[in-house]
Design a protein around this ligand. Structure first.
Ligand code: URA
Length: 433
């Protein structure tokens, strides 16, 4: 068997067997296949797709490319969550401290930005001192001590996914159903959880642009979960505009803190209550979803969720003075308002374009080596269905470079569509599968 034959097979739209997938994943992980050969195969997969059987093999082989975590000393039931990616998505940072404040252990590994979408690990690192990169032993100790640890993937987990994820980002092959499904499920299988709630985003700010594709992706991930004996629930959510108001690392951390203190935009509230209710159910802490929803809102109101967040940050070496006083976070040098040129109602916001503008300001990477500018990003003052008058501020650009900020401001205005008629607010949670 050799990699040239495998590339040619996929290039010619033929199915790969288990041995071929195992060969590619293990040899690429060991460094015996070059990045350009891997890139060629990934592009062929992107173009020709993979069957459900191939996708499942790909996920299981990637999961087995490194260690599989054993979390049994924490609990026999660990419920994990993951999102297929979005713009302004700070759900993990808000929801998981709430879950931990209810006495459910939280072990959560998050990724970095991919394409136009942000990454939770990058956002957490906007908190000065916060360590996302810790060993498995530290992770387990942290959860035993404060009930929660939010980190990036430990280095010995799914090394194959790490390499393939980076290549996909570099060659613009992110929005592929089999590649997303296998990437997510490999990490979740390896991270030692036995139950899983997935946020499957769909719309302009997601990799799946329509509901049909999001349903297909959900079904693939559920079937991989079944094979891996991981009970999996998929919540389809609307990503036709960024979540909440902030996009960018520090800006999203600030918004997450405000949410944990009770100031929550409606879209975020809907997602955390629905996802959270299912997490509580899978953790065997409450069968009644409505009661679970109440528990979530109660722990925000009584401050328990916010206090758990403080404990989490402190335990990860983060400076909690920034959390207690958000004015301490470093601001971007230039805050440029984007002004509406017309009266009406916001009828559309292109979330993917907003994600790209945020990356262009430095909030994400265009190359693997890029260093993220934590302070930059966008704050949306108006969202879909909001009334706007000519001269009113649609959004603010936060930039550390005047020229880039002005350019971003020109582009941002084009992501908004203003119409004379007020549209009906779209649902945020579309379906549970
Ligand atoms: N999140 C992941 O972990 N992988 C993907 O491919 C997309 C989103």
């Amino acid at each position: 068997m050799n990699i040239q034959e495998i590339i040619a097979k996929k290039r010619d739209n033929k199915k790969l067997n288990e041995e071929e997938i195992r060969y590619f994943v293990s040899e690429y992980t060991k460094g015996n296949i070059t990045d350009y050969q891997a890139a060629a195969l990934i592009m062929a997969i992107y173009i020709n797709g993979m069957s459900r059987k191939e996708t499942t093999s790909f996920a299981l082989e990637m999961a087995n490319s490194g260690k599989i975590l054993d979390l049994s000393e924490i609990s026999n039931t660990i419920v994990d969550k993951h999102s297929t990616g979005g713009v302004g998505d700070k759900i993990t940072i808000i929801l998981m401290p709430i879950i931990a404040s209810l006495g459910i252990p939280v072990v959560k590994m998050s990724g970095r930005g991919l394409g136009f979408t942000g990454g939770t690990a990058d956002k957490l690192e906007a908190i000065p001192g916060y360590r996302t990169n810790i060993t498995t032993k530290e992770l387990i100790n942290n959860v035993k001590k404060v009930g929660i640890s939010l980190i990036t993937q430990t280095s010995n987990l799914t090394p194959a996914d790490k390499k393939i994820y980076a290549i996909r980002d570099a060659i613009n092959c992110m929005d592929s159903m089999p590649l997303i499904a296998s990437s997510i499920m490999s990490k979740k299988i390896a991270s030692g959880a036995n139950k899983l709630v997935l946020d499957v985003t769909c719309g302009s700010g997601a990799f799946m642009k329509n509901k049909e594709d999001a349903i297909k992706l959900s079904k693939i991930m559920k079937s991989i979960g079944k094979l891996a004996k991981m009970e999996t629930i998929c919540i389809l959510t609307n990503m036709n505009e960024p979540l909440g108001h902030s996009i960018g690392n520090t800006l999203e951390i600030i918004e997450a803190i405000q949410c944990l203190k009770g100031d929550i935009p409606q879209d975020i509230k809907e997602i955390i209550t629905v996802m959270g209710s299912y997490i509580i159910k899978l953790a065997d802490k409450g069968n009644n979803l409505e009661e679970n929803r109440k528990m979530i809102l109660e722990n925000i109101q009584n401050g328990k969720a916010y206090n758990k967040f403080l404990e989490l940050v402190k335990n990860q070496n983060g400076d909690i003075e920034y959390i207690k006083d958000i004015k301490k976070f470093e601001k971007a040098k230039y805050i440029i308002p984007v002004i509406s040129k017309e009266d009406g109602y916001v009828s559309e916001i292109n979330a993917e374009e907003i994600g790209k503008i945020s990356v262009s300001l430095g909030a994400g990477r265009t190359k693997k080596e890029d260093i993220i500018d934590k302070a930059v990003g966008i704050i949306l003052n108006k969202k879909i269905t909001d009334k706007v008058s000519k001269g009113e501020v649609l959004a603010y650009i936060h930039s550390n470079d005047k020229q880039k900020g002005e350019e971003a401001s020109k582009q941002l205005i084009n992501t908004y569509k203003i119409s004379e008629i007020k549209l009906e607010k779209e649902r945020v949670v579309l379906e549970v599968i």
